[in-house]
Design a protein around this ligand. Structure first.
Ligand code: FES
Ligand SMILES: [Fe+2]
Length: 422
């Protein structure tokens, strides 16, 4: 089940030819080559994933100086730590001597990171604190030998990293969603639960599944009975418009349903996608739970349930679905050609008490259930796409509109990578 035949007959010429072929067949699913090629996978990491803004963690997960978590992307590993200065720092988990990982445990608290190989010692902001017997080395400059830094920004308690030192400004792009996202006061939220779902399929198949709701009616019965996104706009418009009309007054938040979309090729800078819109729940449903009834106290400054849910995108791989009483974050990370980590994080109010104000099982039920359904269909998708007999079919113009935006950006990025370095 998990073994995928990968492309062995591969070269840059083949990639070029495949990219040309895609231009002759717009609005169709991509050729299986893009899901099977190791050469493509390597270029994706270099030119797309490691140049994108990616959600790392919530500030409440590392509250004290020395608290840290590791983030795994591909075969790489990044430390996100709170330094003695109180700021959040991100750095590559690679010793500046001969490259050993300086930290193995996935999370914890450290005064310093000590390389297990020859004992170099790094501060929690990455700077080199001590390196044994280096007084013998005449041109050794400790101030230049800190762990390599990774760009890191915090927006409303959400920490994002970017491995490209030249990456554009993400915070200015995120300002466009401050009004609607601010309603949830994520700065003071808590992580009720987070779970990594390892999917044995190429990351694009996993992401593409998230980017369309054509499959919602057929694959997600629990989701589809309460979320209008499973229908075409012409059908859902009366419910959505009624919700939009009452949203500000009912929630008490001016501009909670403000719309903004600059994603993929339209993003303000590479990998700085930002999107928000608010869509409706069917009458009688207040939130995304098993029965549509509230599962936690209202988030932030929200006064009441308006029958809506906020849809967000931050960067190419991170999304949020925000109900009045809880928020659900999705992040997609490639680990290998046919291995993807889908991370789901559930947020509730910071002052809500587990077991008293909310029950984790109830908060997580719908999106755990829906994610398991997605895993099932993604695996079946992967098996078909990896067959030599697969012939890509046409995308749906409305349901698969956003997915096509991703595909155009993705192919453009690969093509651009060929013009930069052979
Ligand atoms: S590799 Fe880290 S001290 Fe030598
Ligand atoms: Fe799905």
């Amino acid at each position: 089940m998990h073994l995928i035949n990968t492309q062995v007959d591969d070269s840059l010429e083949r990639l070029r030819a495949k990219l040309e072929q895609e231009k002759e067949r717009p609005h169709h699913a991509m050729d299986p080559y893009f899901y099977r090629s190791h050469l493509v996978h390597e270029r994706e990491l270099t030119h797309l994933v490691f140049k994108s803004w990616i959600y790392a963690l919530h500030v409440s997960e590392i509250p004290n100086a020395g608290d840290y978590q590791l983030l795994e992307i591909g075969e790489d590993n990044i430390i996100i730590a709170r330094g003695e200065d109180g700021n959040v720092h991100a750095m590559h988990n690679i010793c500046r001597h001969r490259g050993a990982r300086v930290c193995e445990q996935a999370s914890g608290n450290r005064k310093t990171f000590v390389c297990p190989y020859h004992g170099w010692v790094y501060n929690t902001d990455g700077s080199l604190k001590a390196a044994r017997e280096t007084h013998m080395m005449t041109d050794f400059r400790p101030e230049t030998m800190g762990l390599k830094q990774v760009r890191c920004v915090t927006f409303m308690g959400l920490v994002f990293i970017n491995c490209d030192p030249e990456a554009g400004d993400f915070l200015s792009a995120l300002e466009n969603i401050r009004q609607p996202l601010g309603a949830y006061d994520l700065d003071h939220a808590q992580v009720a639960h987070r779970q990594t779902y390892r999917i044995h399929a190429n990351w694009k198949l996993v992401l593409e599944n998230y980017l369309e709701c054509y499959h919602c009616a057929t694959s997600h019965r629990a989701y589809a009975k309460m979320h209008t996104l499973k229908d075409l706009e012409e059908k859902s418009a009366p419910i959505v418009n009624a919700m939009l009309e009452r949203a500000d007054a009912v929630t008490g938040i001016q501009g909670i349903s403000k719309e903004h979309t600059k994603i993929y090729l339209d993003a303000e800078s590479f990998g700085a996608c930002v999107h928000t819109m608010r869509y409706g729940l069917f009458d009688g449903y207040l939130t995304g739970s098993q029965d549509g009834k509230p599962v936690a106290p209202l988030m932030g400054n929200i006064k009441d349930y308006d029958g809506g849910a906020g849809d967000y995108q931050m960067g190419p791989l991170t999304f949020m679905l925000n109900y009045p009483d809880h928020c659900v974050l999705y992040r997609f990370i490639p680990r290998a050609l046919t291995e993807t980590d889908m991370e789901v994080v559930w947020f509730v109010r910071g002052d809500a008490v587990p077991g008293k104000d909310f029950d984790v099982e109830k908060v997580t039920w719908l999106w755990h259930h829906t994610t398991m359904e997605d895993e099932y269909i993604i695996m079946r998708n992967s098996l078909g796409v990896n067959s030599r007999f697969f012939e890509p079919g046409p995308y749906h113009p409305e349901f698969e509109f956003t997915l096509q935006k991703f595909v155009r950006w993705y192919l453009h990025t690969l093509e651009h990578s060929l013009s930069i370095n052979g």
